[in-house]
Design a protein around this ligand. Structure first.
Ligand SMILES: C[S@@+](CC[C@H](N)C(=O)[O-])C[C@H]1O[C@@H](n2cnc3c(N)ncnc32)[C@H](O)[C@@H]1O
Length: 249
């Protein structure tokens, strides 16, 4: 069950989100566009455009659905060539059929009882769906444990940045495998490493919903405790998980 408060907290931290959250590998964009038939493309939950920029750069005819006005303002400024529809995907009424629906880091926010019906209805026959998420974490296991201990002291456990990733509670590949309306299921992983300066790492923490929903003073105290462990920077490992499928009919 999604905590509905969390899906509106990103816009409060739009600058930190934009500067600190990782983007998506160029190879993923190539692979998704290679898998999908050509035609109009729909992005669900585009946020500030971290995935949008890569797809827009390939010249696709792109429509983005984004409910948060602050995220959408950054998206419009960054990608003026794409259409931006304000609102949640559940309320969006497509004005065309899409050859590709993709969603980066946001499919879990869409009503799980309706999302596959909505995706199916938005696609052309053989149209593709591409869902992806970045998993990221501190590479050093000892530092990760120390950061997780700080989270624990402040009562942050669910969806903490420092929890070993247990895997998605509702893996899209499992849901798609049980749905006869979709076929040609594929999953792919992309991994890379990066070094985050300490301030950028703290912005990354500020952009994560589990910390956004905290009381302001408690969050600032937690950030000070995390900062004391970071030194001048942190080595990070990023893995992007991609799930692909297409309409069977
Ligand atoms: C974690 S952010 C991901 C943003 C962007 N796709 C990225 O990869 O950086 C989740 C986004 O989903 C949006 N969102 C939340 N609920 C949604 C819904 N029901 N329909 C469409 N977008 C939604 C939020 O406003 C937010 O911009």
């Amino acid at each position: 069950m999604v905590d509905r408060r969390r899906n509106v907290v990103f816009g409060e931290a739009v600058d930190q989100y934009e500067s600190a959250r990782p983007g998506y590998p160029d190879q993923l964009v190539t692979d998704v566009l290679g898998y999908a038939p050509s035609g109009p493309v729909l992005e669900v939950g585009a946020g500030t455009g971290k995935a949008t920029a890569g797809f827009a750069a390939r010249g696709v005819d792109l429509t983005c659905v984004e409910p948060d006005a602050r995220m959408a303002a950054t998206l419009r400024a960054k990608c003026p060539e794409v259409r931006v529809e304000s609102g949640i995907f559940e309320d969006y009424v497509p004005d065309r059929a899409f050859a590709l629906l993709y969603c980066a880091q946001a499919w879990h926010w869409v009503d799980r009882d309706r999302r596959w019906d909505l995706a199916h209805a938005a696609l052309t026959p053989s149209g593709a769906v591409a869902l992806f998420w970045n998993n990221y974490g501190v590479t050093d296991p000892e530092l990760l444990t120390a950061l997780a201990d700080v989270d624990g002291r402040y009562g942050v456990s669910s969806s903490s940045l420092h929890r070993p990733k247990p895997g998605r509670p509702e893996p899209p590949a499992d849901e798609l495998a049980g749905d006869p309306r979709f076929t040609d299921l594929e999953t792919r992983l992309y991994t890379h490493t990066d070094r985050y300066e300490a301030d950028r790492y703290l912005d990354l923490v500020r952009s994560v919903s589990a910390y956004r929903i905290m009381d302001h003073d408690a969050r600032e105290a937690l950030l000070r405790d995390l900062a004391s462990l970071l030194g001048d920077g942190v080595d990070m490992t990023f893995t992007t998980e991609l799930t692909l499928a297409r309409r069977a009919d």
